[in-house]
Write a protein that binds this ligand. Structure first.
Ligand code: C2O
Ligand code: CU
Ligand code: CU
Length: 472
C-alpha cells in the first residue's frame, strides 16, 4: 500500500517523467550531479549467446533461476537473482526452430518464465497458474514461428515478478530469420544487445529493492555494468536496446544530439529506417538503432545519455570509444520489412488505466487483477481495435499496455496517426497522463488464457493486469 507521503512523492516524481512533452525534453539540459561511481570506468560486457543442447527438433536450454554474487560496482560484489548465474544472458533462436527451456527454480520465491514478445501457447506463457515453486522445474516451449525480433525473458509469477526482474533475472532473446539475414545490416560482433536498467546500489554493492523506490535508483546499468564504456571500430553497429527496468524510461541521445538510424521496435524491423536524434525506450520496450561511427575520428568518445532524469541523477548511460578503423560492408537499406496487414477491425475495446488512492491500487477499467476473472474473450482471426486511456491526470503517472501473445500496430495517439518510429509491430505501448492511443490487434491461433497489463512493474504488482481468454 502506498501511504500518503510516498504517494505524493510518486505523483511528483512521475510528473517529471510524464508531464514533460517530448518537445521540451529535447531542449532540456542534462542534469549533472555527483554520481555514486565515476562513469566509464568499467568495460561493457557483451554477452555471448548461451549454448543449447541441439536435439533433432529443437534447441534445449537449462536455465536455473538462482541467486549469484556478481561484480557490478568495482571492488564489490552484489547478490542478484539471475537466469543461469550471470546478468543479461543472451539466447539466439532461429525462426522455425523451436526452443525448449527447462526452468529450474532455485530461488525461495515462485518464478514463472515469460517470453516477452513471444507467440507461444498458453501453457508456456508464464501465466501465474503455471508458476514454478521453489525447488521445482518446468519446461517452457517456444515455437519461434514468428518474424525476427528482439524479445526478452522474465519472471511472471504474480507478486514476486517485480522484485525478480529488479534483482536481475532477465535474459535477452534474439530471434533471427532468413528475411532479416538477407539484409546488409551490421552482423556478428557488430550486432550488440544492450539491456538497460536503473538500480539502487549501496557503496558495498548491496542491491536495494523498494517497490515504491522508482525515483531512487540512480545507477544506470548496461548489461549489468554501471555506466560502462565500449570500444568500437569506426564503422556501423547495430544495437538492440532492451529496457528491463521496473519503471525507468530512457530518453536517449548520442553525443551532442548526433544522428543515428532507428531500424526496429518490439516486433522487429520497421517498414523503413528512420533517421533520429532522440530514442525513447520505455520499460519492457525494445528499440534497435544503427550507429555509424565512421563519421568520428579514431580517438573520439561519444556519450549516450538520457534526457529524462530525476533531480541529482547523472544522465550518462554508456560511452562509445572509437579505437580503430575497420572495413564496413554493411548498410541500412531504404526498406526493411513490409507493413503487416492486420485487416479491418470488427471489435472495439477500451482500457482505462488509473490509480485508486483509496485502495492503493492500479486499475484497468476500474478493476484490479483477479486470477479468477476473465476480462474478455477475443475470437481468433477477428481484428480488434483497442483504445488505451491514461486517466491519471491528477497523479501524472505514465502507464503502458502490454498484451501477451500478439504484436499490434499503433493506429494513432490522441487522434493523430502514429509516426514513422511507431510504424512497425509493437507489444508494449506507453501512454502519458490524460492521453490516449489506439492499437490494432488480431489474435490468430493459440487458445487459452493470456495476460494483459501495464509494464511498470510497481503498477502491475499493485493490480494493473487482466486476463483474456482466446476462443475459436
Ligand atoms: Cu514482459 Cu506480461 O510481460
Ligand atoms: Cu509479455
Ligand atoms: Cu501503469
Amino acid at each position: 500500500m502506498l501511504n500518503r507521503r510516498s504517494l505524493l512523492k510518486a505523483g511528483a516524481a512521475a510528473g517529471v517523467l510524464a508531464a514533460v512533452p517530448v518537445g521540451l525534453v529535447l531542449g532540456a539540459q542534462p542534469r549533472r550531479a555527483a554520481a555514486a561511481t565515476t562513469p566509464f570506468t568499467v568495460p561493457l560486457r557483451v554477452p555471448r549467446p548461451l549454448r543449447p543442447t541441439r536435439l533433432a527438433d529443437y534447441d534445449l536450454y537449462r536455465l536455473t533461476s538462482r541467486e549469484a554474487d556478481v561484480a557490478i560496482l568495482p571492488g564489490t560484489t552484489s547478490r542478484v537473482r539471475t537466469l543461469g548465474g550471470a546478468l543479461s544472458p543472451l539466447i539466439v533462436a532461429r525462426r522455425g526452430r523451436p526452443v525448449i527451456i527447462e526452468q529450474a527454480n532455485a530461488l525461495d520465491v515462485p518464478f514463472s518464465m515469460h517470453l516477452h514478445g513471444g507467440h507461444v501457447p498458453a501453457h508456456s506463457d508464464g501465466h501465474p497458474d503455471n508458476e514454478v515453486a521453489p525447488g521445482r522445474s518446468r519446461l517452457f516451449r517456444y515455437p519461434n514461428n514468428q518474424p525476427a525480433s528482439t524479445m526478452w525473458v522474465h519472471d511472471h509469477s504474480h507478486h514476486a515478478h517485480a522484485e525478480n526482474i529488479y534483482r536481475g533475472a532477465a535474459a535477452t532473446y534474439v530471434l533471427t530469420d532468413p528475411a532479416e539475414d538477407a539484409l546488409p545490416l551490421p552482423k556478428g560482433q557488430y550486432d550488440v544487445t544492450l539491456q538497460l536498467r536503473d538500480a539502487k546500489l549501496e557503496d558495498d554493492g548491496t542491491l536495494v529493492y523498494d517497490l515504491h523506490g522508482f525515483q531512487d535508483r540512480p545507477t544506470f546499468l548496461v548489461n549489468g555494468s554501471p555506466r560502462p564504456y565500449f570500444e568500437v571500430a569506426a564503422r556501423k553497429y547495430r544495437f538492440r536496446l532492451v529496457n528491463t527496468s521496473n519503471e525507468r524510461a530512457f530518453v536517449l541521445r548520442l553525443g551532442e544530439g548526433d544522428e543515428f538510424t532507428h531500424i526496429a521496435t518490439d516486433g522487429g524491423l520497421l517498414p523503413a529506417p528512420v533517421p533520429s536524434r532522440i530514442l525513447q525506450v520505455w520499460p519492457a520496450e525494445r528499440q534497435e538503432i544503427v550507429v555509424d561511427f565512421s563519421k568520428y575520428p579514431v580517438g573520439s568518445k561519444i556519450v549516450l545519455s538520457t534526457m529524462m532524469t530525476f533531480p541529482g541523477e547523472a544522465p550518462e548511460v554508456l560511452r562509445f570509444d572509437v579505437v580503430r578503423t575497420a572495413d564496413d560492408p554493411s548498410s541500412v537499406p531504404a526498406t526493411l520489412r513490409p507493413v503487416a496487414d492486420l485487416g479491418t477491425p470488427a471489435v472495439e475495446r477500451t482500457f482505462a488505466m488509473s490509480f485508486d488512492p483509496q485502495r492503493g491500487q492500479h486499475l484497468i477499467n476500474g478493476k484490479p487483477f483477479d486470477v479468477n476473472r476473465v476480462d474478455f474473450r477475443p475470437k481468433l482471426g477477428v481484428t480488434e481495435i483497442w483504445t488505451i486511456e491514461n486517466k491519471d491526470v491528477d497523479f501524472t503517472i505514465p502507464h503502458s499496455l502490454h498484451p501477451h501473445l500478439e504484436h499490434f500496430q499503433v493506429v494513432d495517439r490522441n487522434g493523430k496517426p502514429a509516426g514513422p518510429n511507431e510504424a512497425g509491430l509493437k507489444d508494449t505501448i506507453t501512454v502519458m497522463p490524460g492521453e490516449s492511443a489506439r492499437i490494432k490487434i488480431k489474435f490468430t491461433d493459440y487458445t487459452g488464457r493470456f495476460m494483459f497489463h501495464c509494464h511498470l512493474m510497481g503498477h502491475l504488482t499493485m493490480g494493473m493486469m487482466g486476463q483474456m481468454e482466446m476462443a475459436r
